[in-house]
Write a protein that binds this ligand. Structure first.
Ligand SMILES: Cc1cc2nc3c(=O)[nH]c(=O)nc-3n(C[C@H](O)[C@H](O)[C@H](O)COP(=O)(O)OP(=O)(O)OC[C@H]3O[C@@H](n4cnc5c(N)ncnc54)[C@H](O)[C@@H]3O)c2cc1C
Length: 422
């Protein structure tokens, strides 16, 4: 006998968005979260694109734990001794920085306010499967039954594997990210990053930042702390026989970065894996009584200048809720009824965005993006500004530097591929 209409596994952004939407329509929803509280262990870089949150909670900005509205973006190419940045500033911020322990908790509380039940410190161990249908979950000694289980457990996707929908990800497609949250006074952050009150900075760093391996580093400013981290492809770490913490230390010791973090106190350190194969790693997303959302479904877009996961997690949680509400009309939760999820993911723009950037992961595998190009850019600028008499015009410098690092053919090929993938 079912106890709930829906059981949501995991109270990250996907789970809480799904629970919020279902509970708002009067469904009885149980959220199970293994952490001490939602967000207690969740890792991310630091920025949220809020379009999907706005769809879910139109007045979210009234009380959401927004750290800063991102008014300044930067891409920095680095060598060991130099760096070249492109910055973009706007008085119309389109994203905000957040701290997951605050944000996830806030979003889960919103779902609870709508009537969802939340059980923290409760890990789901198994699915209860009868014939073609998932009927509920096992947690410790307890069996809990529902019409539908929504798997929002993040990248591990253990339950999706148990449901026979997901397989182990090829290690070639996994990166590992580590991050520090470093405390700095509010006025120091604003001075160092050139920000006004409440304005935030989001920066990505390429080249020496990841010790020339495929990946990069990031910095996001919070109210009175800075989130700083690196993400590197796991296979490259093995190949180069280096560990991420030493890459991270080198990054933080770079002159350009040291100046930004000077005097800061590390508040938090975390690490997490990131599946990055894009659309290619999205498994079958449903079966009778079961749906997968967010990271568990592989909904991540990392194209170098943007890293999107939370927005897609929220959209997919909402799409799962749309599907369940429709299935509820006919009280049918079998595979054919839940196949509506594909349509809902189209309507919520998750699959269209995944398709738009589907060439990104392949393009990002190109090692030249992390080695030759950051070097070329810095070397050109070094020569342009290093007047010694007998200096060449920029075109000549550029041709020389490109030729010494990469063939012209490869450059043209990479530029065309980049334009298609980004
Ligand atoms: C280093 C790094 C940087 C990132 N930077 C960004 C960024 O700047 N912006 C962005 O949008 N995205 C970023 N992402 C991606 C983003 O963090 C994820 O896409 C997003 O958190 C996915 O949300 P989710 O709800 O699907 O999963 P999660 O946030 O992982 O939440 C899953 C929840 O399920 C719980 N759980 C897991 N298993 C069980 C179980 N068996 N029983 C009960 N509970 C369970 C977990 O405790 C967790 O609370 C980054 C990721 C990493 C690793």
């Amino acid at each position: 006998m079912k106890e709930f209409d829906a059981i949501v596994v995991g109270a990250g952004p996907a789970g809480s968005a799904c629970a919020y939407s279902l509970a708002s329509s009067g469904l009885e929803v149980l959220m199970l979260e293994r952490g001490k509280y939602p967000g207690s262990k969740n890792v991310f870089g630091g920025r949220i694109y809020p379009y999907s949150l706005k769809e879910l909670i139109p007045d979210y900005d009234k009380d959401a734990p927004i750290e800063r509205n991102v008014a300044k973006e930067g891409i920095t190419f680095m060598t060991e001794k130099s760096s070249a940045s492109i910055t973009f500033a706007s008085d119309q911020p389109r994203s905000f920085t957040a701290i997951r322990s605050k944000f996830d908790r806030w979003l889960a509380d919103k779902a609870v306010e709508k009537g969802a039940m939340l059980f923290p410190e409760t890990k789901v161990d198994e699915l209860i499967i009868e014939g073609n249908m998932v009927k509920g979950v096992k947690t410790g000694q307890d069996d809990v039954l529902a019409d539908v289980v929504i798997d929002c457990e993040g990248t591990t996707a253990t339950l999706a594997k148990k449901a026979g929908l997901s397989s182990n990800i090829n290690p070639k497609h996994v990166s590992v990210g580590i991050k520090d949250v470093i405390e700095l006074p509010q006025n120091v952050i604003e001075e160092r990053f050139g920000l006004s009150e409440n304005e935030g900075f989001a920066g990505v760093y390429v080249g020496y930042a990841s010790s020339w391996l495929r990946g990069g580093a990031f910095i996001y400013t919070n109210k009175d702390s800075v989130s700083v981290g690196v993400v590197v492809k796991t296979v490259d770490l093995v190949e180069a026989k280096v560990e991420v913490p030493s890459i991270f230390e080198n990054f933080k010791q770079h002159r350009a970065i040291m100046k930004l973090l000077k005097g800061g106190k590390t508040l938090e350190y975390s690490a997490h894996t990131i599946p990055e194969a894009g659309l290619a790693m999205v498994p079958k997303l449903y079966r009778g009584g079961f749906l997968i959302c967010g990271d568990a479904a592989g909904f991540i877009i990392n194209n170098g200048y943007t890293f999107r996961g939370v927005d897609l997690a929220i959209s997919s949680g909402m799409a799962a809720a749309d599907t369940i509400k429709k299935a509820k009309e006919s009280n049918n939760f079998d595979e054919s009824a839940l196949s509506y999820y594909g349509k809902a993911l189209e309507q919520r723009k998750v699959l269209p965005d995944m398709r738009t950037f589907s060439k990104g992961p392949k393009y990002m595998e190109n090692r030249r993006l992390y080695t030759a190009y950051p070097k070329v850019i810095c070397e050109i600028l070094e020569e342009m500004y290093g007047i010694r008499g007998g200096t060449k015009i920029v075109r000549k410098i550029a041709i020389e530097k490109v030729k010494s690092n990469v063939s012209m053919l490869a450059l043209i090929k990479d530029m065309l591929a980049g334009a298609n993938a980004m």
